[in-house]
Design a protein around this ligand. Structure first.
Ligand code: RTP
Ligand code: MG
Length: 143
């Protein structure tokens, strides 16, 4: 076990449904701590850059369009095995396949509008955190 950091995005559907607090409660209940948070409306360039790894995929256009359809909440989470812990509570990409009790099972409507993003590896987490936050904006807990 080791303390890790991961990037979370509450996608525009979560903000539209007014369940930001409920999703953050799931995150906190899993033992993860919010050490940075910001609400922002991504530009097309920001969304394209963030999901650049998917640029050639057929769903890329729809993904970017959704991510800029309204504000999002970007957060850095910290905790034991944060990358895998957060992916576990998110549930599968397609909410129809997500385990009961996961964020996507309970709050997502479709594979396109699936409530949350989470980094999929420690290396990607570091890059994604740096994409949205300067290191001075991270506030690790001291108590
Ligand atoms: P995310 O990056 O948003 O946390 O989602 P993920 O790791 O679970 O899934 P990923 O493969 O990284 O895909 C990014 C987003 O693209 C959309 N997608 N659509 N129609 C499709 O087959 C398909 N596959 C992926 C999803 O909205 C997914 O969250
Ligand atoms: Mg992904």
């Amino acid at each position: 076990m080791s303390v890790e950091r991961t990037l979370s995005i509450l996608k525009p559907d979560v903000i539209a449904k007014n369940v930001v607090g409920q999703v953050i409660a799931r995150i906190e209940s899993a033992g993860l701590k919010v050490i940075a948070a910001r609400m922002t409306h991504l530009t097309q360039a920001e969304a394209e850059g963030f999901y650049a790894v998917h640029r050639e995929r057929p769903f890329f256009g729809d993904l970017v369009k959704f991510m800029i359809s309204g504000p999002v909440v970007v957060m850095t989470l910290e905790g034991e095995n944060a990358v895998a812990t957060y992916r576990d509570i998110m549930g599968a990409t397609d909410p129809k396949k997500a385990a009961a009790g996961t964020i996507r099972a309970d709050f997502a409507d479709s594979i396109d509008e699936n409530a949350v993003h989470g980094s999929d590896s420690l290396e990607n987490a570091a890059n994604e955190i740096a994409y949205f936050f300067r290191s001075i904006e991270l506030c690790p807990r001291t108590r």
